[in-house]
Design a protein around this ligand. Structure first.
Ligand code: PHE
Length: 435
């Protein structure tokens, strides 16, 4: 459940719809699903296997399994990715607090679609409010982290995730009755093949890794706490199925509403925060729905934030021999500084652009579309080529006590299929070579 907690979060409910909206809807969804099955699931299996074999943090895991000068250092990339993700994820997580606040203070009543959109832009670009919520998010995450690893995380995940799921299903039912339901569903589910290009493929691949928390060492770290008898293939299947269904549910909630309320599907990170209030505003007891939804979304983001934070903290703790409290404090402070700038980059610091993007967009782009696929690529090459095949199969089958018919196929995927496909997507996007 903790692994599901890490995977399910803003990636599914905020990032998936906005990426789908920007990348042609159905075309994106199709490529995304292919990426989850061919790249995501085997990579998740690889991370969990490595974590349970090495039983240590994600940096040390590679070091323990190899003395190779490059391969033993792959873990650093993941830690760095987690730190950068914390830098923008916490900002978005903070937005959910604002919406909870607005729901109870009556802010969503009687507004038009345009007003919702305007008020979101005003809020997210203002210098103080979003930063206040971001800092509060850091505080909560920090307190959970220093309260101990398993207890806090597991206790929280166990009741929050199922509730979120139920609420999404109910909201789906509601969205299907909207006037724009047909249009929304056909946008999401009817792929326009001519819309598939290299940037759609890169975005879909990045989304698959981001959503499953891959290529950042999270699942390595979590699996290091697994018992010997955990059924890895089953765990991996559960995590990926739940994660993917939450993204699909979010899509079914959002797109009918997008077309009903005349919202631009391509507007990016704002999409969900502009669409959801429209949905709640037309429901009876709208503010109550809205409050609970954003509460659960906040909780879902916290279980992801914990996993990101834990990777960096576990590393700092062991590498610099600091106490858990001190390491967590270092991580919270570093990430909070980054997050403050990321939040400001949507408003007063918007003209500071790097590679044509503000800091917020840059962090999102670089982590999901470059660092996480690269981390996954290196991990697969490492597992496939540096580790002993029979040892891997031994680990996934709990020393032969479980049967997993796909074990051999999985090893082939690690050795060849995944590295080749990720490389092709990168090379294609760079324009070095056109498929
Ligand atoms: N998978 C999380 C989500 O979908 C985000 C995340 C990415 C968490 C990377 C940990 C590591 O919200």
């Amino acid at each position: 459940m903790a692994a599901v907690g890490s995977a399910v979060g803003l990636g599914n409910i905020w990032r998936f719809p906005y990426e789908a909206g920007q990348n042609g809807g159905g075309a994106f969804l199709l490529v995304y699903l292919i990426c989850v099955f061919i790249l995501g699931i085997p990579t998740l299996m690889a991370e969990m296997t490595l974590g349970r074999m090495a039983k240590t943090n994600s940096v040390e895991a590679f070091r323990r399994m190899s003395s190779h000068p490059v391969f033993s250092r792959i873990g650093y990339l993941g830690v760095f990715s987690c730190l950068l993700i914390l830098g923008f994820y916490t900002v978005v997580a903070g937005w959910t607090f604002q919406y909870m606040w607005e729901s109870v203070s009556g802010g969503i009543e009687g507004m038009t679609s345009e007003q919702f959109s305007q008020s979101f832009v005003e809020f997210s670009s203002s210098p103080f409010q979003p930063i206040f919520w971001t800092v509060l998010m850091f505080l909560i995450t920090h307190l959970i982290i220093i309260g101990g690893v398993q207890k806090g995380i597991e206790r929280a995940s166990k009741f929050m995730m199922p509730l979120l799921f139920v609420l999404l299903v109910v909201l789906c039912g509601n969205s299907l009755t909207l006037d724009g339901a047909r249009e929304g569903l056909s946008f999401l589910f009817k792929p326009d093949f001519s819309a598939i290009n290299s940037s759609v493929v890169l975005s879909a691949m990045g989304q698959a890794f981001f959503s499953l928390s891959l290529g950042a060492g999270v699942m390595i770290t979590y699996a290091s706490y697994f018992e010997k008898d955990v059924n890895l293939p089953r765990t991996v299947t559960t995590v990926s199925l739940l994660d993917t269904s939450v993204a699909l549910l979010a899509g079914v909630v959002i797109f009918p509403a997008v077309f009903t309320f005349g919202i631009e599907p391509t507007q990016g990170p704002n999409l969900v925060f502009v669409t959801l209030p429209n949905i709640f505003a037309q429901l009876p007891w709208g503010s109550v729905w809205s409050f609970f939804f954003f509460l659960l979304l906040a909780l879902a983001s916290i279980t992801s934030l914990i996993s990101l934070h834990q990777v960096v903290t576990a590393y700092v703790e062991e590498e610099f021999r600091l106490s858990n409290r001190k390491s967590a404090l270092v991580v919270s402070c570093l990430a909070a500084v980054l997050a403050v700038f990321a939040s400001l980059s949507l408003g007063v610091m918007n003209d500071v652009q790097i590679a044509g993007m503000c800091l917020f967009d840059l962090l999102d782009y670089v982590t999901a579309k470059i660092m996480m696929p690269l981390g996954s690529l290196l991990l697969c090459v490492f597992m496939g080529w540096r580790l002993d095949k029979s040892e891997l199969i031994n680990e996934v089958t709990n020393h032969g006590t479980l049967r997993w018919r796909l074990a051999k196929v999985w090893v082939v995927a690690l050795k060849y299929v995944i590295p080749i496909l990720i490389t092709l997507v990168f090379v294609n996007e760079l324009g070095l070579f056109k498929l």
